[in-house]
Write a protein that binds this ligand. Sequence first.
Ligand code: ZN
Length: 148
Amino acid sequence: MNTTTESLHVVCPHCHTTNRVAADDLRQAPDCGKCHRPLFGGHPVELGEAAFDKHVGRSQLPVLVDFWAPWCGPCRTMAPQFEAAARELEPGVRLAKVNTEEAQALATRLNIRSIPTLALFVNGREVARQPGAMGAADIVRWTRSHLG
Ligand code: ZN
């Protein structure tokens, strides 16, 4: 075992199990140790409140969350842009979507005042928030600007 290799906790987007992944292996398309599905599929993961807490609380990757609702036109416009941003930002960042219609308690707890709203979480703490729809390039730029 190479003790100099840093490993990270990565939460599976399918079964929400926490995996330990060597940082060097992040780009080698790692699979989940439990469900054996890819830990990174180039798609945002849909999260309810319990799964949100697992991802944001346990992931050692930054988690970028799109708070949206089905009735919100600008949210639907932004959805393919957010998809494109996932392909760009993975595996360094986990992208997730929270339907605020279904996860109302979560949206209230986080004080989400308008949608769409993007929020970036690092080690369980929110480090940035941006209301309003953005294009893929702006989502990527905004995220990287807050990760240093
Ligand atoms: Zn899994």
